[in-house]
Design a protein around this ligand. Structure first.
Ligand code: PLP
Length: 395
């Protein structure tokens, strides 16, 4: 087994290291406090209180009310639940508007919506990864149930103007859900000021555990649950709560809120330094996606003349972890649908690597990565028969 101490982890959009404060808070709920939160006696009620505290902490991070938070099993479930709810609310509205760059948690679900008789309109993006808001508005019909559009792209970090989309959806009287799984914990959020109907988040993207997420449901929005059974989560998500993980998500949210400003600056500086060094010292390197309206932690780079799968293998030998596009697609040979939608030429799309920084990265990680990457790119370019790319200088 390769352990976290040995590696240079530049793949924080895939998942993040658990914060020790999160582990400390969740452990007693796996051991001593195993009561069922629905039980009426103190041993159960104290667990209910821990869940309530987690709800308050997540709400504080999102700038909304605790009652608007529904705990789920992951970000995927949260996204699915929001769209399913919209489709169940009105049989005459079975149309979904989405974008060409969504995560498979939305894309594949939309394919299923179509197979089940609904219709889906997919709105494209430009070369920088931006949505055409007028096209989005034109896609809305009287049968539209919901717009589902991500806030930050997991591959490029490019941000959609969620506030503007929420306002447009309100004006057009359609629901709006955003997949904020890459945004929460990385950007300040105040949902109380906005009109969006629902938002998905996932604990493992903000130094919490895998297998737990949340759905924000605006208190003024109707909601039909996907999971039917007990009355947990105020009838919005049945099933005995994953207590330890929910407690952990609450702590992760509290830590994220406390660290947001400092981390935003520190992580952004690391990402910018890393990106600038590679652009300067490795010829024919390009940034994919808009560099301004972007998450502070992500850079998606194409190194012309290489195949990203080969680079991943060589980086792996140096214990450097990053992604070729999104982690879900690694190893599948399929090129990125995100870069495809941005019309990045196929050769550059196949040469793209995503590096994403996080709380536990250090300047030493950046230095080590900058020692590893340029020679690997040189080697791969030398091996590539088509390559006429100049050799990168050493950084
Ligand atoms: N949406 C986005 C943008 C993501 O990055 C991810 C995870 O990679 C998901 C959805 C799925 O979240 P989860 O792994 O919690 O199901």
């Amino acid at each position: 087994m390769v352990s976290g101490e040995q590696i240079i982890y530049l793949d924080n959009n895939a998942t993040t290291e658990l914060d020790p404060a999160v582990v400390e808070e969740m452990l007693p709920f796996l051991t001593r406090y195993y009561g069922n939160p629905s039980s009426g006696y103190t041993f159960g009620r104290q667990v209910r209180q821990a869940i309530d505290l987690a709800r308050e902490r997540v709400a504080a991070l999102l700038g909304c009310e605790p009652g608007e938070i529904v705990f789920t099993s992951c970000g995927t479930e949260s996204n699915n639940a929001a769209v399913n709810s919209a489709l169940r609310l009105d049989p005459n509205r079975q149309h979904v508007v989405t974008t060409a760059v969504e995560h498979s948690a939305t894309r594949r679900h939309c394919e299923t919506v179509e197979k089940c008789g609904g219709s889906v309109t997919v709105v494209g993006v430009d070369g920088a990864g931006h949505l055409d808001l007028e096209e989005l508005e034109r896609a809305i019909t009287p049968r539209t149930a919901i717009i589902t559009a991500m806030w930050a792209n997991n591959e490029t970090g490019v941000l959609f103007p969620v506030e503007q989309i929420a306002e447009m959806a309100r004006r057009k009287r359609v629901l709006f859900h955003t997949d904020a799984i890459q945004t929460v914990g990385k950007m300040p959020i105040r949902l109380a000021d906005w009109t969006l109907n629902s938002l998905a988040l996932s604990a493992h993207k903000l130094h919490g555990p895998k297998g737990v997420g949340a759905l924000y449901v605006n208190k003024r929005s109707a909601f039909k649950p996907s999971m039917i059974g007990g009355s947990q989560e105020k009838n919005r998500r049945a099933g005995t709560e994953n207590v330890a993980s929910i407690v952990a998500l609450g702590k992760a949210a509290e830590c994220a809120a406390a660290a947001l400003t400092e981390e935003n600056t520190r992580v952004r500086a690391m990402r910018d330094r890393f990106e600038a060094a590679l652009l300067e010292h490795v010829s024919e390197t390009f940034v994919n996606g808009d560099r301004k309206a972007r998450l502070p932690n992500t850079t998606n780079l194409s190194f012309a003349g290489i195949e990203s799968d080969a680079a991943l293998m060589m980086f792996d030998r140096h214990q450097l972890c990053c992604s070729a596009g999104s982690a879900c697609r690694t190893g599948s040979m399929e090129t990125s649908h995100v870069l495809g939608a941005m019309k990045v030429p196929a050769q550059l799309a196949r040469a793209s690597m995503r590096f994403s920084f996080g709380r536990f990265n250090t300047d030493a990680d950046v230095e080590r990565a900058l020692e590893i990457i340029p020679p690997v790119i040189t080697k791969l370019r030398a091996l590539s028969p088509a390559s006429a790319i100049r050799e990168p200088a050493t950084v």
